[in-house]
Design a protein around this ligand. Sequence first.
Ligand code: ATP
Ligand code: MG
Length: 228
Amino acid sequence: ITRLLKPLRLLLLGAPGSGKGTQTSMLLKQIPQLSSLSSGDILRQEIKSESTLGRKAATYIAQGKLLPDDLITQLITFRLSKMGWLKPPATWLLDGFPRTTAQASTLDGILKQHNTDLNLVVELDVPESAILERIENRYVHVPSGRVYNLQYNPPKVPGLDDITGEPLTKRLDDTVEVFKKRLEEFKKANEPLKVYYKKSGLLCTVSGESSDIIFPKLLNLITSKFGQ
Ligand code: ATP
Ligand code: MG
């Protein structure tokens, strides 16, 4: 268990399948003060509940395209405020938002209005060869966002979530074809986003082939900056 001495407001960046969700779960276990929000998880819950937003989002997600900036920004900032994350000194982690410079500067503006800010951005740098294989073996528990990998991190009972026993599903965008498109979209948006966060001095990179290699590096980075 790690206790942070200063509030952490972290953004995780990384290619699809780079393990943002896995690192998030590992961090939540290790740092009890931390809470997380994943844009992809929220969208998958909206799709599952067949909301108007979910239906709209599904058409983009199924094609591996990004949602329009205003749509996703409204959704996420509403959640941020509902969860009390706009009130400093909250400690939190974002996965999947912002992912364009437009989203990043809107978020910065909103945080600034509330006298708070992002204070760390970490890119998970995983070789492309490793990620496609992960995508093909990936199953998710939509209500919680928990991620399983049939090879590296299988559920205790095949097809069922470890905690709730509810069924796992395959993401509709985890196919070879859609994955290619997602990777392309990621690369296009990620370069300018990295430049944006480099300019504000927030960007760090953690590299590795597997989540078990990345996690200790990530935790080290966080504790070296935020205490204990
Ligand atoms: P991973 O495989 O690590 O989960 P990913 O980034 O491909 O990576 P999600 O973050 O779950 O997957 O996002 C899935 C889809 O949801 C995206 O392809 C996109 O259509 C949509 N989406 C999620 N976040 C955003 C965002 N910030 N802006 C636009 N679209 C988004
Ligand atoms: Mg994810």
